[in-house]
Design a protein around this ligand. Structure first.
Ligand SMILES: NC(=O)c1ccc[n+]([C@@H]2O[C@H](COP(=O)([O-])OP(=O)(O)OC[C@H]3O[C@@H](n4cnc5c(N)ncnc54)[C@H](O)[C@@H]3O)[C@@H](O)[C@H]2O)c1
Length: 260
């Protein structure tokens, strides 16, 4: 098998590796010869990912880590050792209209979805800069471009991730570290599963997307793998939206008689 992606023998730290998108990234990368190191606070979820990896003959490691806790991230990075790739993916989503949102709720979400990404980038980026090579892929969301109502600081955190990635691209690009973002649209994962359990939501969501379906975690993983690979060796500071065209539908929501 040719190593077209140039990923053979690489090591990737994947935060949220016990969840939906993180598991798909770990498996997809493993199939390309990458050894994943999972970081998550949910070790039961990580065990499931490790079991899936074992099915394709890959023995991986999981490290318990709360990305919002600087000490936990420091220890996890030490335990992980040198990595070639960081996938910043662990995140949370909480309901919360701004009018009644407490500062604690605001800060909690930012501490994971934004500061957690910064802490991991700093901890894993140090070795990449020393070695003069590395790739970071940060999972943001289509919500970084279009505000998601009643979701507290979620959209703000994702917009922050996009800018964090661009700043990393500028500061560490000259040292050989690329930084890019993948912004998923609607994806069915444990994070969003409760929505799909409600009557009719799966069908309505699928219909809202020009490609006619909600994304699978694999749809997102494919693009993460590309950005982490040598095939994206000159891509730095970009944000690829993986939403089946959903973000392009604004004009279709306007009634325009005769143009249906
Ligand atoms: N599911 C979607 O529709 C969707 C859409 C756009 C973006 N995203 C983003 O994709 C990423 C992955 O989400 P998912 O859908 O796979 O969700 P998920 O809930 O299946 O997985 C998230 C994982 O992150 C872990 N995690 C949460 N907080 C953590 C912390 N403080 N420290 C360590 N690990 C922590 C969880 O334990 C879980 O395993 C998130 O950043 C999310 O915001 C998801």
């Amino acid at each position: 098998m040719t190593d077209w992606l140039g990923l053979q023998g690489k090591i990737a730290a994947i935060t949220g590796g016990g969840g939906g998108i993180g598991r798909a990234v770990a498996l997809g990368m493993a199939k390309q010869g990458v050894t994943p190191v999972l970081l998550d606070r949910d070790m039961a979820g990580c065990d499931q990912t490790l079991a899936v990896l074992r099915l394709v003959g890959v023995e991986a490691r999981a490290i318990a880590c709360d990305i919002a806790d600087p000490e936990s991230v420091r220890v996890a990075a030490e335990q992980a050792g040198p990595v070639d790739i960081l996938v910043n993916n662990a995140g949370i989503l909480r309901p919360g209209p701004l009018a009644s949102l407490s500062l604690d709720e605001w800060n909690l979400l930012l501490s994971v979805n934004l500061s957690g990404y910064f802490l991991c980038a700093q901890a894993f980026g140090a070795g990449m800069r020393e070695r003069g090579k590395g790739a970071m892929v940060h999972i943001a969301s289509i919500a970084s471009r279009f505000p998601q109502a009643a979701s507290g600081a979620y959209s703000v955190s994702k917009a922050g991730v996009v800018m964090l990635s661009q700043q990393i691209a500028l500061e560490w690009g000259p040292l050989g570290v690329r930084s890019n973002v993948v912004s998923p649209g609607l994806v069915r994962t444990p994070m969003s599963e409760a929505f799909y359990q409600a009557e009719g939501v799966a069908e309505r969501r699928a219909k809202a997307v020009p490609l006619g379906r909600v994304a699978t975690p694999d749809d997102i993983a494919e693009v993460v793998i590309y950005l982490a690979s040598d095939r994206a060796g000159y891509v730095n500071g970009e944000d690829i939206c993986v939403d089946g065209g959903f973000g392009r539908t604004t004009m279709s929501t306007v009634p325009r008689p005769g143009f249906e």
